[in-house]
Ligand binder design. Structure first.
Ligand SMILES: NC(=O)c1ccc[n+]([C@@H]2O[C@H](COP(=O)([O-])OP(=O)(O)OC[C@H]3O[C@@H](n4cnc5c(N)ncnc54)[C@H](OP(=O)(O)O)[C@@H]3O)[C@@H](O)[C@H]2O)c1
Length: 508
């Protein structure tokens, strides 16, 4: 069973004892005591099972002691109660008799902070040839694809630790358990991480479902750049937990550009032991996802194709073959948010006049979706030409779409107003796309702001005080996640839980 190890920089025995107790309380199976800054041994008897490491400067640590003193420091400290000692491959090469100094297993480690070691396979072979030790190899991920090589290394029979550093390497840390690593590291606190990309033990346990992870766990994730602040892992993992779905959802950092997206898809789909089962796709890859699925002859939802973006991919191997399908849950989320707020069906949208403010990606999705269901849509946009373009493209599909100048917004007599601009979004919370001139809102008007941070924008406050109905972007965000979740799991999504998770995150 893969152990969860918390690294602790040791400044004094007392501080280490305190941190070790906190790590054990948080669920660590093991701690790594980094004694780089010590010159004298400490007594670690009574500590949770510990690895003792004194990392030299040449391997990214702080110790300036010469080999002999460092090895003696490790020996004296580990004799007071360590379970393992970590020494660098470089140190081992210079001191081959080092194994005789220790009666506990050695972890022999190699780190590359710049990228994948040039001669990775030679390095692995050298580590493998050292009897009785645990192999540890860690490098800075050049791209998310490096993780797959780390997973391959974990398939060795010798106990192995193979991790990628950096944001793109996060998945190697979490999925170490799926691939049977000897251990993975998680930091006690954000600021105590000993390597770039290390997640906290609290996130590992709660956000990434550490206790539930196993060999068969299906993998999902959000593909984008950046993805580190995405709320999708929190929503989907909490929902998998709630419905008992054996899955884990991860942030998947894929560099911008079609070639990066394609290379990611090709390599990740080809690596079957990963059990990749579903993807959310966010900026800047929504168009790339559509292009890739088209190239692959995948099943693509018609409206998604017309909108020009895909935000959900289902990967199905149940028939034995690889079947990909793609759709856009943003447009359905926009429709669902409006129809549920007005308590009407989609078919009744044709009775409404809707003002869509903004003609960017979200504006386009809203216009396409509303026009598809026959609503009369007026597109208002700062750059009028973009509004005109959108109107030309979607007018007459089913509903009527016209463009209008932003200055005319206050004269609008639409039933529904949808803000798809970023005006009012954090940190510019005092801005509103309406400025100070409100259209004639009534108690029957619905104002829907797609912005979710803040949850209540200035626009929504204006609309509320004018007596209109309001709905915020959290609702849209949650509803697009609901459709993804249901497509992947074939189970009803826990909508209320999803909403709670998003609101809690935004409040925090
Ligand atoms: N709730 C959800 O699930 C969800 C999902 C996706 C997006 N969103 C929201 O949608 C918003 C837009 O995202 P997007 O991807 O569609 O962005 P986008 O493609 O960059 O479009 C931005 C739109 O905002 C307009 N705009 C930007 N700054 C403006 C300003 N100062 N004054 C007037 N108009 C301005 C742009 O007008 P020009 O054409 O004149 O540049 C454009 O129409 C985001 O802020 C986000 O909060 C919500």
């Amino acid at each position: 069973m893969t152990q969860l190890c918390v690294p602790i920089f040791v400044e004094s025995a007392e501080q280490a004892r305190r941190d070790v107790a906190i790590a054990a309380e948080a669920g660590a199976d093991l701690v790594e005591l980094r004694i780089d800054s010590l010159t004298e041994p400490i007594n670690i008897s009574g500590f949770t099972r510990a690895i003792v490491t004194c990392r030299p400067e040449f391997e990214g640590g702080h110790s300036t002691l010469p080999d002999a003193q460092r090895i003696e420091l490790l020996r004296a400290t580990s004799r007071t109660g360590a379970a393992y000692v970590d020494v660098e491959l470089e140190t081992y090469r210079r001191n081959k008799s080092i194994t005789e100094h220790f009666s506990i297993p050695l972890i022999i480690s190699a780190h590359d902070f710049k990228g994948r070691p040039e001669k990775l396979h030679n390095l692995v072979m050298e580590l493998n040839s050292i009897e009785g030790s645990i192999d540890k190899i860690v490098w800075m991920a050049r791209s998310i694809r490096d993780n797959l090589e780390a997973f391959e290394l974990l398939q060795a029979t010798k106990p192995t630790i193979a991790l990628c550093m950096g944001e793109a390497g996060l998945i190697s840390r979490v999925l170490a358990k799926k691939f049977g690593a000897f251990l993975t590291f998680a930091s006690l606190r954000d600021e105590s991480a000993t390597a770039p990309g290390q997640v906290t033990i609290a996130d590992m346990k709660r956000l990434y479902r550490w206790d539930a992870l196993n060999t068969n766990t299906k993998v999902y994730g959000v593909v984008g750049s950046p993805v580190v602040h995405s709320m999708s892992p929190a929503i989907h993992n909490a929902s998998f937990e709630r419905v008992g779905h054996d899955g884990v959802y991860l942030p998947l950092l894929v560099n911008p550009g079609y070639e990066s997206f394609k290379a990611f898809m090709e390599t990740f789909l080809a690596f079957k032991p990963l059990d990749l089962a579903g993807l959310s796709v966010t900026i800047p890859h929504k168009e790339n996802a559509l292009r890739y699925l088209k190239e692959k002859g995948a099943k693509i939802e018609e409206l998604g194709e017309r909108i020009g973006t895909i935000n959900t991919i289902v990967i199905d191997r149940s028939s034995g073959d690889l079947n990909l399908s793609g759709f856009n849950t943003d447009y359905a989320a926009i429709l669902d948010t409006i129809t549920s707020a007005l308590k009407i069906s989609r078919e009744q949208l044709c009775e409404l006049r809707v003002a869509v403010i903004g003609a960017g990606g979200t504006g386009r999705t809203a216009v396409a979706a509303l026009a598809e269901y026959g609503a009369t849509v007026v597109v208002y946009n700062r750059t009028f030409e973009r509004a005109e373009e959108l109107a030309r493209e979607f007018n007459g599909r089913s509903g009527r779409v016209v463009a209008a100048r932003m200055e005319k917004l206050c004269d609008s007599c639409c039933h529904v107003f949808v803000n798809t601009t970023s005006v009012g979004m954090h940190p510019n919370v005092d801005a509103s796309p309406l400025g100070d001139h409100l259209p004639g809102f009534t108690a029957e008007t619905l104002v829907f702001d797609t912005i979710y941070n803040p949850m209540e924008t200035k626009l929504l406050k204006q609309a509320k005080s004018a007596g209109a109905k309001t709905v915020g972007g959290v609702e849209m965000f949650v509803r697009q996640a609901v459709r993804q979740f249901e497509a992947w799991t074939n189970k009803p999504a826990p909508l209320d839980l999803m909403r709670q998770v998003v609101e809690a995150r935004l409040k925090a």
